[in-house]
Design a binder for this molecule. Sequence first.
Ligand code: AMP
Ligand code: ZN
Length: 471
Amino acid sequence: MEEKNKDIKIYNTLTHKKEKFTPINSEEIKMYSCGPTVYSYAHIGNFRTYIFVDSLRRMLKYNCYNLKHVMNITDVGHLTSDADTGEDKMEKAARKEGKNPYEIADFYTNVFMEDMKKLNIDLPEIITKATDNISQMIEMVKEIVDHGYGYETSKGIYFDVSKLDRYPVLSNNDVEGQEAGARIEVDPEKRNPYDFAIWIKAPENHIMKWNSPWGKAYPGWHIECSTMGRRFLGENFDIHTGGVDHIPVHHENEIAQCKGAFGQNPSNYWMHCEFLLVDNGKMSKSLGNIYTITQLEEQGIEPLAYKLFCFSSHYRNKLNFTFEGAKSSQIALNRLRNGYLTHKNGNNSIEENVIKDYELRFHRAINDDLNIPEAMGVVWEAIRNENKCKKIAELILKFDSVLGLDLENSQKYIEKTTQNIPKEIEKLANKRKEAKNNKNWVEADRIRDEIQDLGYIIKDLPDGKIKIEKK
Ligand code: AMP
Ligand code: ZN
């Protein structure tokens, strides 16, 4: 058994500093990650955050730590605005799709899990649905009320932030002096503008609701994570992760609730992944620039190429997505696979200290607040080494235990991509077939030219079938 490495540094949002990482118990690191709200398809921005979490897990394992890592599935209680207004996203989606919220949750959870698999993301040891933790949530709400931090209104149970010694603690937001309603709902029943709902009384038509001391109700999104973290990891664990949007409301309120229920901030380190932008702007439905993993695949971009794309930027920097950039990552991934195979099949020898130097620099980079872009620099240096040798191939696989690009199966991917015809081309071929069936020869020829322009040749075989080849 190798020694656990004591030189890990991570940036802690709580202290606004890069800190030496000291686990509570070096036998097992306890970590909690906020998971998806399963009312719709997760987009590539969401997956940037899960890719970051994957790299973090893998880095800790590379340093010989065991993990107990929990991720939740939010299947109730996440309102359309993080600040307690609007409807439950699950119920809204259910109404729109004419299904019940449990069907919606099952469907999108399955798609999410499939995408996680395609991205070769190492799954947390425990994945738990909010709706499987309701009785524990009710208990925690009771504790908060009993300790004087919660009060009832006609809408539900609210958390009284004025009872805390400090609020907020993660963000630099100064609550006092901010106009009530600038970011939050003005509600005359609330004692303080920043008080938030922890337990919400359900309207008649709300499908997901549970009996509680305060009538039929459902949990607020923040109490869900506080409860699940405590249930599976205890009242003090090592790391809590999420995207930067969680800092000012969700995580701030999680800390507040834990202080109210059991008197302390639950996690020693809080880590947040910066946003993925699209064409330098926000991803939003109205701009029509929210992409899914499947949509990237339709454009010939493999999920693992998107993962490699994410490695081009440090997790604390914004990353701008463009299709051009993602296509370059696809080419880079193919090069990485070919480079690995060339070393695997090479018979040259290499000095041990060259290998050691690569290893040292890679290790230093990942332990320095997960500096994957710098670590990738070392990977490329090793790939480009003129001495094609098995020792480098073995080293690259060792590095890949952190990257999770599945380089071990490079040969399989290369064979697949040489045969792979993008869905976009297949769709055009079907349209051409339809045009031919309708004897619309002009349209059929036009589509053939379009396919050619996209780099493929379509051939009509004597048996009536077609063959598509790369130009
Ligand atoms: P949600 O399903 O909305 O709760 O979000 C799932 C995760 O994705 C959360 O950790 C968010 O912080 C994160 N997230 C949302 N949008 C982006 C984005 N554009 N870039 C990176 N992470 C994001
Ligand atoms: Zn959460």
